[in-house]
Design a protein around this ligand. Structure first.
Ligand SMILES: NC(=O)C1=CN([C@@H]2O[C@H](COP(=O)(O)OP(=O)(O)OC[C@H]3O[C@@H](n4cnc5c(N)ncnc54)[C@H](OP(=O)(O)O)[C@@H]3O)[C@@H](O)[C@H]2O)C=CC1
Ligand SMILES: O=C(O)C1=N[C@H](C(=O)O)C[C@H](O)C1
Length: 231
């Protein structure tokens, strides 16, 4: 039985993780106080589902105490991940989106962007989401920018969204919405839209369990791609 220390267990993602772990015979959830002293001695792996400011402290504590950590909290940009690697961190998996469909959608977007250079991202989330753009959109933009062969003009103008790695991201926050991402690519006389919807927090259960059961990462791994054969 693996003991999973859950930080942010009172939140939407944390509660979904605790529910998923409760269904698993091989895992046990141990809710921990994310605001207190982080003594991780009683757990085998940590799941972080808080806010970025807390997440950075939690990751540092897990690394210092030699406990593997799965990070679901948004805001771990490529620059922050690079800084973490520079600090010699190991045993860390940062997962911008636990939904399997979302991981596949982002992967498909990187394939499409090799052929259609003009790309914009529209992400729509529930009104309770505090961060914008979403962690998934930032990850998707950074992954696309790393592979896109065709350079597209960057519309850096008021009203054209937030530029992430040169890609405009448009963030909507609406009551009634859950979590949607649309990657819209344009070519000559055509557009291609890759859209994913997480209709509820149960969408994250399979990815959470996959990440928690995976071997302790060497260094800092981002995403679930390696575990899904997409890397
Ligand atoms: N990777 C993925 O697939 C997903 C990622 N997320 C991300 O997970 C994060 C949490 O989202 P969500 O659950 O909706 O958010 P909630 O606001 O529902 O929950 C936030 C949690 O963080 C805790 N928290 C807030 N402030 C602090 C602090 N200063 N120090 C320590 N703990 C704190 C809260 O505790 P308290 O109740 O005591 O305030 C609560 O438990 C976000 O970054 C979101 O983007 C969300 C869904 C899926
Ligand atoms: O806050 C959310 O709800 C979500 N956050 C993650 C993000 O920022 O990308 C993942 C998913 O979109 C839901």
């Amino acid at each position: 039985m693996q003991r999973v220390g859950v930080l942010g267990a009172s939140g939407r993602l944390g509660a979904a993780a605790v529910a998923a772990i409760a269904e698993a015979d091989d895992l046990e959830a141990v809710p921990l106080d994310a605001r207190g002293d982080l003594d991780l001695s009683g757990v085998d792996v940590v799941l972080d589902a808080t806010i970025l400011a807390a997440s950075e402290r939690i990751v540092d504590a897990a690394v210092a105490q030699g406990v593997a950590i799965v990070v679901g909290t948004s805001g771990w940009s490529a620059a922050r991940v690079a800084a973490l690697r520079d600090r010699g961190a190991t045993g860390v998996r940062i997962v911008p989106n636990f939904s399997i469909g979302s991981v596949v959608g982002t992967h498909l977007a990187t394939i499409a962007a090799r052929h259609l250079g003009a790309v914009e991202i529209v992400e729509t989330h529930h009104a309770g989401k505090v961060d914008a753009p979403s962690g998934t959109a930032v990850r998707t933009a950074e992954a696309i920018a790393a592979v896109r062969a065709v350079d597209a003009p960057t519309p850096d103008a008021p009203g054209r969204g937030t530029l992430v790695a040169g890609i405009p991201v448009h963030a909507l926050r609406l009551p009634g919405a859950s979590a949607r991402q649309e990657v819209v690519l344009g070519g000559t006389g055509e557009t291609l839209t890759i859209r994913h919807d997480a209709l509820g927090h149960d969408a994250y259960a399979a990815g959470i369990l996959l990440a928690l059961r995976a071997d302790r990462p060497t260094g800092v791994v981002v995403g679930l791609d390696d575990l899904l054969g997409l890397a």
